[in-house]
Write a protein that binds this ligand. Structure first.
Ligand code: NCD
Length: 310
């Protein structure tokens, strides 16, 4: 059974099939029911017990994985640090070995970027990376692509990434996925200078210094918050960051300049970089991303455990 640690672990054919299955789930759950009690579930994960181990905070990723498992009638058990033997000095290794005895797949979030190399050395159960440090967050990238395709179908010419592009694992995984999917895509980056995207294998990108440089042209704007918890050697004052964030804050005034069919995305959580005044603009898709996360994770779990049969 396959693991998904990086977006590069899945072939483009399988990615397309995962997104296709996610669409079927969306139609089943959303469109084919008039009452909440009609909401369809299926038995595709009925025989599986899934371990959820988050060593970092989460709202959407954890809840949407849980909801995805529930909608497929699967089971999950969850790691809670405060109630675990870690409090009695148990090691990370022994915690993983314990979950391995009970579970058919582990969904893990952890602050260390190389944690999956370590885990893979001592466990054979399939793993899903729910975010490892600044490295990757493949299930988020899949739901982001699903949301983009939902809106733009297969035609996408340009995307602007805004915010902390140095530490954002969602940006890293999404760019990997976009590179597999769209060969001609033009990338724009708007970020504080200390937080620039730094993978120099990307070719067709432009660093811009304000929204005005490209906001009228781009098909998608993808924002992220500043990830202070991942800073290592950056020592700047609070007021420095306030000024920097002010320069990239998304407001209804900026949205007025976007094309009518372009969309605004954010993996959330947001801080000051995205004003709540943008929420009611129909081009704001961040709540849609959250909902799509459930359908995509239903399909992803079925890719890992059922070879995509849903
Ligand atoms: C992101 C994450 O955890 O990487 N959130 C998410 O999973 N939806 C983004 C972030 O923390 O800024």
């Amino acid at each position: 059974m396959p693991s998904v640690i990086s977006i590069n672990d899945i072939s483009i054919d399988k990615i397309n099939k995962i997104l296709e299955n996610a669409s079927k789930y969306k139609i089943d759950i959303k469109n084919n029911c008039t009452l909440p009690s009609d909401r369809k579930t299926n038995d595709s994960l009925k025989s599986f017990n899934i371990g959820i181990l988050f060593f970092e905070p989460s709202t959407r990723t954890m809840m949407s994985f849980q909801t995805a498992i529930n909608r497929c009638n699967g089971h999950f058990i969850q790691y809670y640090e405060d109630y675990s033997s870690v409090k009695k000095g148990e090691s990370f290794h022994d915690t993983i070995k314990t979950f391995e005895q009970y579970c058919d797949l582990l969904i893990i979030r952890h602050p260390d970027y190389n944690i999956f190399n370590t885990i893979s050395e001592y466990t054979n159960v399939p793993l899903i990376n729910a975010g490892d440090g600044s490295t990757e967050h493949p299930s988020q990238a899949l739901l982001d692509l699903f949301t983009i395709k939902d809106h733009h179908k297969d035609i996408l010419k340009s995307i602007l990434f805004v915010g902390d592009l140095k530490h954002s694992r969602t940006v890293n995984s999404l760019i990997k996925l976009l590179r597999k999917t769209y060969s001609e895509l033009q990338y724009y980056f708007l970020s504080p200078e200390l937080l620039r995207y730094d993978d120099n294998s990307l070719r067709n990108f432009k660093i811009v210094s304000s929204y005005d440089d490209c906001v009228r042209d781009v098909d998608v704007i993808y924002m992220t918050r500043v990830q202070y918890e991942r800073f290592t050697n950056i020592n700047k004052t609070k007021s420095y960051w306030e000024t920097e964030i002010n320069k990239i804050t998304m407001t209804p005034q900026v949205m007025k300049k976007m094309k009518p069919n372009s969309i605004l995305m954010h993996p959330l959580p947001r801080n000051e970089e995205l004003s709540i005044l943008c929420d009611n603009d129909p081009r704001s898709k961040y709540f849609q991303q959250m909902e799509n996360g459930v359908y995509v994770r239903m399909a992803l779990l079925n890719y890992c455990l059922n070879d995509l049969k849903i």
